[in-house]
Design a protein around this ligand. Structure first.
Ligand code: PLP
Length: 435
């Protein structure tokens, strides 16, 4: 029996290798020894075609904040499916979702829907250019904003950029785009604020992940960005695609107490379905208002599936569940236990283990030294050790992306944490024995 299912997975992996570009779905592919094909997920668990069960700490890279196959989402989507899958025009589900988002997102009086996080940040930058009449944008070193040409500068450099110039992350990006994208170090006010001041008259926007991957903002850093951008009328955009509805109901804006001009949301807001949005004050979103003026005077941000009723029904159901009392205390408690337990176990076995970030989304890095503040601090982590640890976890039934993030869901339980910490300890023990 197990040979047959094992063979099925091998066959599918072989087909993936043959028919999918790069044998996978994008940049991140698991090493062959631990690669898997997923058959199904339920709550905090994933089951592979080979019949192996995992506790999932990737959760679709964030969107499955309710856990897999949450009944509220299944029910809402099942109710919408027989009524049609897409209309292009206004529909009940999308209007209701817009209202809920505006209620939740501190900076938002209105939203504009988009298909993905990449689209949301791309359109937000266009709106900022349209509002200010300026063309340059600034992003922070190490910030991840999706796959468009303006986002892929200084995202994962291993050496410091020549601020404000940075190298493109991807091939295929015209070098001229780099003249429009300035890059400054996250959490380094002394260098970033003067750069903003220096280029203020050319800058349309500063785009920042308020929790930058696993780096929490230093006290005063987001405030300093807020102050200098307000002063020069530069649009401050928070990319809340990871943090939105995850680290607090009102996202990073609520958690860190700084309100941007625009915010981009994605991942968890649509309960695991494809949908994202830009939120902001009505005046900030005015360049999108097609009733206002000639089309040639507008910032275009249309998309065939922008108001998709299936995604919107999933989003409404997800927000209903997340708005229940105790959601964020629960996420924090489970994630907090994991972080503390992983650090304790790693250190006990002699590894300089740091579980960085917030409780609902964190990353484990092996760094001998103080808690990293900037992207360059983070580069001091032991990548090889991180990969070795990640591989041990995968072999033992934790679904993780080595050297990336742990995403917690509301479906993760104390029993999951207990089991996970046992696995983690076993992994560290084996690694320590090899040293
Ligand atoms: C902070 C952030 N912004 C934007 C994106 C891009 O979103 P998407 O993958 O939906 O295009 C991501 C994706 O991981 C992200 O983490």
């Amino acid at each position: 029996m197990s040979t047959t299912v094992g063979t099925q997975q091998d066959e599918l992996l072989g087909k993936a290798d043959r028919y999918l570009a790069g044998g996978g779905l994008g940049l991140f592919t698991l090493p062959p020894e631990v690669n898997l094909v997923i058959r199904e997920g339920s709550g905090s668990r994933i089951r592979s075609v080979a019949g192996k069960e995992y506790i999932d700490y990737h959760m679709g890279s964030g969107p499955a904040l309710l856990g897999h196959a949450h009944p509220a989402i299944t029910e809402a989507v099942s109710a919408q499916l027989p009524k049609g899958t897409t209309y292009y025009f206004l529909n009940e589900q999308v209007v209701r979702l817009a209202e809920r988002l505006v209620e939740a997102v501190p900076c938002a009086e209105q939203v504009q829907f988009a298909g993905s996080g990449t689209e949301a940040t791309f359109f937000a930058l266009r709106v900022a250019r349209s509002l200010t009449g300026r063309t340059k944008i600034m992003k922070l070193e190490g910030g991840w904003h999706g796959m468009h040409d303006y986002a892929l500068w200084g995202t994962v450099p291993s050496a410091p950029s020549d601020y404000p110039r940075a190298k493109p992350d991807s091939t295929g990006i015209p070098p001229e785009v780099g003249e429009q994208v300035l890059v400054a170090p996250f959490n380094d006010m002394e260098r970033t604020v003067p750069l903003i001041e220096q280029y203020a008259h050319e800058l349309a926007a500063v785009l920042v992940e308020p929790l930058q991957r696993v780096l929490i903002p230093e006290p005063g850093f987001l405030e300093a960005l807020r102050e200098v951008t307000s002063h020069y009328r530069i649009v401050l955009i928070f990319d809340e695609i990871v943090t939105g509805f995850r680290i607090a109901w009102g996202g990073a804006q609520e958690k860190y107490g700084v309100v941007p001009d625009l915010a981009t949301y994605g991942k968890a807001m649509a309960g695991g379905f494809p949908m994202a949005c830009i939120g902001g004050k009505a005046e900030m979103l005015a360049p999108l208002d097609a009733r206002r003026t000639e089309r040639t005077n507008l910032a275009w941000a249309s998309g065939t599936l922008n108001g998709n009723p299936i995604s919107a029904s999933a989003g409404n159901a997800a927000l209903d569940v997340l708005s229940r009392p105790g959601t964020y205390e629960g996420l924090s408690r489970i994630g907090g236990r994991l972080r503390a337990g992983i650090e304790e176990s790693g250190r006990r076995h002699g590894f300089p283990t740091q579980a960085l970030g917030e409780d609902a989304v964190f990353g484990v890095r092996f760094i001998d030294g103080p808690r990293p503040k900037t992207w360059m601090d983070l580069q001091k982590h032991d990548r090889e050790l991180g990969l070795e640890w990640g591989m041990e976890l995968l072999r033992r039934g934790l679904l993780v992306n080595p050297n990336e993030k742990f995403y917690i869901s509301i479906a993760h339980t104390d029993a999951d944490v207990d089991q996970t910490l046992e696995v983690v300890d076993g992994a560290f023990k084996v690694m320590a024995a090899k040293r």
